[in-house]
Design a binder for this molecule. Structure first.
Ligand SMILES: *Cc1c(COP(=O)(O)O)cnc(C)c1O
Length: 379
C-alpha cells in the first residue's frame, strides 16, 4: 500500500465538475484579476466566518506582511512570535523593518507558550503574532489578556487553522485580524498561491486593501505607495467552489485524527497529539513525537508511507536568525522537539484502511527493534 503525505488529486476528483466549471467560467469571462469571482469569494469567506471584512491577497505571507505594515510596525519595533513555525511568521516581521522576538513553545500543544510571552515584552513591542499551529488554536484568551495589558495588537496566523476554535470562537476572529493562507496543501487550498485577511476593524480593512492594491482603492488615485498582492480570479473561483465542502472536509480530518489516536493508542514509544481543552483542533497536521524520529521516518518511507517534519529546524536556530545571537538553549522545548516531531499523512480522503496500515507499520517498527538501527542524523 502507498500512502502519500497529502492527496490533492483525490479532493479534485471528488468535486471535479464544480472545479472545471468554475475554471471555464473565469476563462470565458476573462475575469482574471479582480471582478465578480474575487468579490464573491471574499463575501462568502467573510460570511462563513461571521466577520465584517475579508480582503483577499496573493498568499499567506503577504497577508502577515500587509497587516504588520498597516498596523504601523517598522524600524525600531519588536514583534513577538513563536519559535516553531513556518518562516513567514517571522520573516514578515523583518521585512516590515522590525525585529522578531521569539518565544518558546508549549511542551504539550506545540504553540507559543503563553506563560513566557510577558517576559519577552519590552517598550519596543508593538504586536504579538501567535500561530495556531497544526490546526490547534492557541490559548488566545490568555494572549489577548496580555496584549490588552500592554496595549499590543494581536495578529492571528491562521495559515494552518481554518475553522479551528477556542472556547467556541473561531481562530482568526479574536485578535485585530486573522491571516490565512490558501496554499494548495492547506486545509482550504487553492490551485496556486492565495491568501486573505479577515477583520472586524473597518479602518484596518480599508488600509490593508489599499496597501495590497498599490495604495489605490480607485484606479489611478494612489493615496499611498503600496504593493501588488491580489488573489486572481481563477484561484477565487476554485476556492469558492471548495467552500461549501470545507466544514465536511474539516470533520473528516478530525475523524481521521481520532482513528490515528485509536490505532496508535498502545504504542508506548510515541507521544500522540494532545487537544487543548475547550478547543476544536482541525488537524492540518497530525504530529507525533518519538526519540527515533529519523529511523521511523526512514522505515515508513520504505513501507510506502510518506511523512514530513514541521519543522526540522526551529526558527531561532536557523542561519537566517544567526544575527539575533541565540543558542538552542534559549528555546529548550522547540530545540528539543525539532529532532523528535513527525507529521503523519492526514487529509480528509485518507481511508481507515490506510490509517490502520500506517499504524500497523509504526507498531511493527517499535516491536521488531528497527528503532535500534542507526541512520545518519537528519536522514
Ligand atoms: C503556510 C504558512 C504561511 C504562509 O502561507 P503562504 O500562502 O505559503 O505564503 C504562514 N504561516 C504559517 C504558519 C504557514 O503554515
Amino acid at each position: 500500500m502507498k500512502i502519500p503525505f497529502v492527496d490533492l488529486k483525490a479532493q479534485y476528483l471528488s468535486i471535479q465538475t464544480d472545479i472545471d466549471t468554475a475554471i471555464a467560467n473565469v476563462i470565458s469571462e476573462t475575469a482574471f484579476i479582480g471582478g465578480k469571482y474575487v468579490e464573491s469569494f471574499e463575501r462568502n469567506f467573510a460570511a462563513i466566518y461571521g466577520v465584517k471584512h475579508c480582503i483577499s491577497v496573493a498568499n499567506g505571507t503577504d497577508s502577515l506582511y500587509i497587516l504588520l505594515k498597516m498596523l504601523g510596525v517598522g524600524q525600531g519595533d519588536e514583534v513577538i512570535t513563536v519559535a516553531n513555525s513556518w518562516i513567514s511568521s517571522s520573516e514578515t516581521i523583518s521585512q516590515a523593518g522590525a525585529t522578531p522576538v521569539f518565544v518558546d513553545i508549549d511542551p504539550d500543544y506545540y504553540s507559543i507558550n503563553e506563560q513566557k510571552i510577558e517576559q519577552a515584552i519590552t517598550a519596543k513591542t508593538k504586536v504579538i503574532v501567535p500561530v495556531h499551529l497544526h490546526g490547534q488554536a492557541c490559548d488566545i484568551d490568555t494572549i489577548m489578556a496580555i496584549a490588552n495589558r500592554h496595549n499590543l495588537y494581536v495578529i492571528e496566523d491562521c495559515a494552518q487553522s481554518h475553522f479551528s476554535e477556542y472556547k467556541g470562537r473561531r481562530a482568526g476572529t479574536i485578535g485585530i485580524a486573522g491571516s490565512f493562507s490558501f496554499y494548495p496543501g492547506k486545509n482550504l487550498g487553492a490551485y496556486g498561491d492565495a491568501g486573505c485577511i479577515i477583520t472586524n476593524d473597518d479602518e484596518l480593512a480599508v488600509k490593508v486593501k489599499m496597501f495590497a492594491r498599490h495604495g489605490a482603492l480607485k484606479k489611478h488615485q494612489h493615496q499611498i505607495e503600496g504593493i501588488n498582492s491580489r488573489l486572481d480570479g481563477l484561484q477565487a473561483a476554485i476556492l469558492d467552489a471548495k467552500l461549501p465542502h470545507i466544514l465536511h472536509w474539516t470533520d473528516l480530518r478530525i475523524k481521521n485524527a481520532a482513528l490515528y489516536d485509536k490505532h496508535l493508542a498502545d504504542i508506548e514509544d510515541i507521544i500522540l497529539p494532545k487537544v487543548r481543552p475547550e478547543s476544536k483542533h482541525t488537524f492540518h497536521l497530525y504530529v507525533i513525537r518519538t526519540e527515533k524520529r529519523n529511523q521511523l521516518a526512514e522505515f515508513l518511507k520504505e513501507q510506502g508511507i510518506e511523512t514530513a517534519v514541521h519543522y526540522p529546524v526551529a526558527l531561532p536556530n536557523m542561519k537566517a536568525y544567526e544575527y539575533l545571537g541565540h543558542s538552542p538553549a534559549d528555546f529548550p522545548i522547540a530545540s528539543e522537539y525539532q529532532d523528535k516531531i513527525l507529521s503523519l499523512p492526514l487529509f480528509p480522503e485518507l481511508s481507515e484502511a490506510q490509517i490502520i496500515y500506517a499504524a500497523g507499520k509504526i507498531k511493527e517498527f517499535f516491536a521488531n527493534g528497527y528503532a535500534d538501527r542507526s541512520v545518519p542524523a537528519n536522514g
